[in-house]
Design a protein around this ligand. Structure first.
Ligand code: FES
Length: 156
């Protein structure tokens, strides 16, 4: 969907900024907010481009550089860490053959870490795009990766 079409759904009010950014990022095949879109968002809301960049930089879920179709964010905050998230991160690095911040060569997965995802009760937790997963083990992660791999290939 074109950025203009997305913007036309939203009133020209600053409090829609997060929703707009989510919408643009989710519609982008590389799960990011392109620089051209940032200018259009700033114009639509009548704010400075720097403010939009500031919000994108503040929230780890947003990116202004291209990423994989599915962005995996493993929680690296204390509760998840105590419950073994760093081992899961190592498992994911090995499984996907990428380091943190990298994307798999097929463009399907980008691996990232995040601060508390607000799901400590089911630590260790991670998100894949908008979907939250908790009580993770390597076996559960393997199943999740398989599901996204199948889904990603069907949509290509
Ligand atoms: S510490 Fe991981 S979700 Fe809160």
């Amino acid at each position: 969907m074109e950025v203009e079409t997305i913007l036309s759904k939203y009133p020209r009010r600053k409090d829609y900024l997060l929703e707009i950014l989510h919408d643009i990022q989710n519609q982008n095949p590389n799960t990011y907010i392109p620089h051209e879109a940032i200018q259009k968002v700033a114009d639509h809301l009548n704010i400075k481009k720097a403010q939009v960049y500031g919000v994108i930089g503040y929230y780890s879920m947003f990116s202004d550089t291209p990423r994989g179709k599915y962005v995996i964010q493993v929680c690296a905050s204390p509760v998840c860490n105590m419950m073994g998230s760093s081992n899961l991160l190592d498992f994911l690095k090995q499984k996907l053959n990428v380091e943190i911040g990298e994307t798999t060569p097929d463009g399907l997965f980008t691996l990232e870490t995040a601060e508390c995802l607000g799901n400590c009760a089911v630590a260790p937790a991670m998100m894949v795009n908008q979907d939250m997963y908790g009580n993770l083990t390597p076996g559960i992660i393997e199943n999740i990766l398989e599901q996204y791999t199948t889904r990603g290939k069907l949509k290509q």
